[in-house]
Design a protein around this ligand. Structure first.
Ligand SMILES: Cc1ncc(COP(=O)(O)O)c(C=O)c1O
Length: 371
């Protein structure tokens, strides 16, 4: 615990999750390829634990100021949270968050397992009005893909006062910009696939909590449900996490600069990035976040087909889904059937990586022209 309090994020990323020190001991946790372990220990079987998981969980836990569990994907981690709710429980969630979570919630609602109230999480009064009777407030902020900001400090404390559980998907902001557990949330979820792993080569998720009983329940879901990551993937994600603060700082700076330049491009109708002083979410984001993240989205004056052609035209920016990698990625979100219909047809989500800013800008200019 003292390590958490003393070390700054860049140092934390480099020093946590290491094996104990000793002459000729390894500096990195060796990849433990074992489905079973000699009897009599705490782990026992490969579905229950693994030293590569523990190393990564210690690092993520240090960042989120809680205890962490890793899962086979972000969606597996998020599914584990909904799976511990009693049948018929009310979940209040963002009406425009990550489309996979909205699909999952709609499916659970349709099958009668839970009751979902969708709200605009940036409309604080609407969220507050939905709290009575809510078992779990599911928050994502900034939201994917329109970068709406929920007033996390206010909503978390109001939900706790009302007796609701609170879970926050912290994938976009990362613990470098906000720590929901410190604000009082019960659970923080991540798609580790994104910034933590950071190289578009791993699919993984995590949950973090400060509540030991909740931790045990979620760990039991993983043990029995079996949505476990492989040891190699855990090793790879921890290797990626070593440079996470460095990558994220550069990617956020790139996002701020590209958002600013896009705002005055004649083909661009609107830019969503909470770092822009004129963005409707800026004041709220600035009031409690330490920065504004590395994803932005923008709409064109033209239609969806044109937006698709823009994405197809790039050479530095990769035309692909996902975000949080060292390489910049973009795509038109409405190309996915599951995306919310309230997202404009021409909206392009751009996840900034760590490339040179001028190379990125020239690529964007070329793509807007060519298409
Ligand atoms: C905000 C957010 N949460 C969760 C997920 C799901 O994570 P995964 O793809 O690792 O299952 C994603 C994936 O894009 C996401 O953007």
């Amino acid at each position: 615990m003292s390590e958490k309090n003393v070390l700054r994020p860049e140092t934390l990323a480099i020093s946590t999750g290491r094996p104990s020190k000793g002459p000729d001991g390894p500096v990195n946790t060796p990849i433990s390829l074992n489905s079973t372990f000699h009897a009599g220990g705490d782990v026992g079987y490969g579905r229950y634990g693994n030293e590569n998981w523990t190393a990564l969980e210690n690092a993520i836990g240090a960042f989120e100021s809680g205890a962490s569990l890793i899962f086979s994907s972000g969606m597996a981690a998020i599914s584990a949270v909904f799976s511990i709710l009693p049948v018929g429980a009310v979940v209040t969630a963002s009406h425009q968050g990550y489309s996979g979570v909205m699909t999952l919630l709609n499916n659970l609602h349709a099958s009668g397992k839970i009751d979902v109230r969708f709200v605009d999480v940036s409309d604080t009064e609407a969220v507050l009005a939905a709290l009575p009777g809510t078992a779990l407030l599911w928050l994502e902020s900034p939201t994917n893909p329109t970068l709406a900001i929920a007033d996390l400090p206010r909503l978390i404390s109001a939900a706790k006062a009302e007796g609701c559980g609170v879970a926050v998907d912290n994938t976009f902001a990362t613990p470098l910009l906000q720590q929901p557990l410190v604000m009082g949330a019960d659970i923080v979820a991540h798609s580790v696939t994104k910034y933590f792993a950071g190289h578009s080569d791993v699919v993984m998720g995590s949950l973090s909590t400060r509540d030991p009983a909740l931790f045990t329940r979620l760990e039991d879901v993983r043990k029995i449900g079996g949505a476990i990551p492989g040891p190699f993937e855990a090793w790879l994600a921890l290797r990626g996490l070593r440079t996470f603060p460095l990558r994220f700082e550069r990617a956020c700076a790139n996002a701020m600069e590209i958002a600013t330049r896009l705002s005055s491009h004649p083909k661009v109708a609107e830019v969503h990035y909470p770092g822009l002083p004129e963005d409707s979410q800026h004041a709220r984001a600035a009031s409690f976040m330490k920065g504004f993240g590395a994803v932005l989205s923008f709409t064109l004056h033209s239609d969806g087909e044109h937006a698709d052609r823009v994405c197809e035209s790039s050479s530095v920016i990769t035309y692909a889904t996902s975000l949080g990698g060292i390489e910049s990625l973009w795509e038109r979100r409405r190309r996915w059937a599951g995306e919310s219909k309230s997202v404009p047809e021409s909206l392009i989500r751009l996840s900034l990586g760590c490339e040179n800013i001028e190379d990125l800008w020239e690529d964007i200019l070329r793509s807007l022209e060519k298409a």
